[in-house]
Design a protein. Structure first.
Length: 367
């Protein structure tokens, strides 16, 4: 690798680009991204103008033509999160979901470009799924050693409790997963040492107006009188079980247990729970503002996902909410990307990288 060049990456199943934001911030140069969703691709185009964006079915991509579009067959890093609905607890872990096979497309890119390292992210349930041994074997058959770990976003400065499986594949040794930079404030005074306390909802959105401005995605909704009464009944940290009987829907009256985050209210002094795609609906999770009687806005959700305020989102309110809820928190992506950047730093790994480059060149000549 040339010392004057940044290591490069391709982002597969990129969505709105949360992973790309963090990886680029860590020092990598983006080459291309793929996604099937039109509005996600429009968001990518608005923010990553130097990237080649492929919109559509990834299975239709001719990799030789794709490499011509990005003007190289040499890529240092491939990142991405194949669709996780079939593995997710929310998706009831459907074993026969065809989206479970999209990792094979990911590996098709790895086999063609032969990056030094790949990063696959997904829901933690992937690691215990029937598919994971096949994923690991496919990578090993391509000459990659695999290392997996579940990371908790809140331990890396994200003001949100969100766990993700982070899978590394490498053919030049093995990078380490990043060490936590933040800790539970309950443990902070006892054994944290150099660690910072968890970032909180107040850290993320405390400077935004309680009343949505209607601008820059800080957009409110118009609740019904009944919904507003319900909102006002929920204390900070509370949930649907705090509703008076008269305001409790019949379906919730029948369900006495479970769903403790439904109709939940965030707390200023704690991280949020996981931000999903329908965070504008309090009945879908813990999405009520800590103080105002309303669900969080798109801007507030983007902040909790650690997207920069300057990041441009394209699409309707529902489409943008989906992009934000599906994204990898940028700050988590940065922590992982920083570890990979240091691993690939030519000043540390120059001899090793040059040897791999020569091997890759020889493999292409023989292919």
């Amino acid at each position: 690798m040339n010392n004057n060049k940044k290591p490069t990456f391709i982002d597969l199943f990129a969505g709105a680009g949360g992973l790309s934001v963090g990886i680029e911030q860590a020092g990598f140069k983006p080459l291309a991204a793929t996604d099937w969703d039109h509005w996600s691709c429009e968001t990518l185009r608005a923010n990553h103008r130097e990237m080649v964006i492929h919109e559509g079915d990834i299975t239709s991509i001719n990799l030789k033509e794709f490499s011509k579009q990005i003007s190289t067959k040499t890529v240092d890093l491939i990142v991405g999160g194949p669709p996780c609905q079939g593995f997710s607890q929310l998706g009831k872990q459907k074993k026969d979901d065809p989206r479970n096979q999209m990792w094979r497309e990911y590996m098709r890119f790895v086999a063609f470009f032969k990056p030094k390292v790949f990063l696959m992210e997904n829901v933690p349930q992937l690691l215990t799924s029937d598919e994971f041994p096949s994923i690991k074997k496919a990578a090993e058959d391509l000459g990659y050693k695999v290392k997996e770990k579940v990371l908790h976003a809140v331990e890396y400065g994200v003001p949100q409790k969100r766990k993700r499986a982070i899978i590394f594949g490498s053919r030049i040794g093995m990078p380490n997963h990043p060490k936590p930079t933040h800790t539970n404030p309950i443990e902070f005074n006892l054994l944290s040492g150099h660690l910072k306390p968890w970032a909180t909802v107040k850290d993320a959105i405390g400077d935004l107006s309680l009343e949505p401005t209607g601008k820059d995605w800080h957009i409110g909704r118009n609740p019904t009188p009944t919904s507003l009464k319900r909102y006002k009944s929920i204390p900070p940290g509370g949930n649907r079980f705090d509703l008076p009987v008269a305001l409790t829907p019949d379906c919730w009256k029948r369900k006495k247990t479970g769903s403790t985050d439904v109709f939940g209210r965030l707390k200023w002094d704690a991280p949020s729970l996981t931000i999903r795609t329908e965070f504008f609906k309090p009945e879908k999770g813990c999405y009520l503002h800590p103080q105002a009687h309303r669900p969080i806005t798109i801007r507030e959700a983007a902040r909790l996902q650690t997207f920069p305020d300057k990041y441009v989102f394209i699409g309707s309110n529902v489409q943008v909410a989906k992009q934000i809820g599906n994204a990898v928190p940028c700050r988590l992506a940065y922590a992982v990307g920083k570890e990979l950047f240091q691993f690939l730093n030519p000043s540390t790994y120059s001899v090793q990288n040059e040897a791999v480059d020569r091997l890759t060149s020889l493999q292409r000549q023989l292919a």
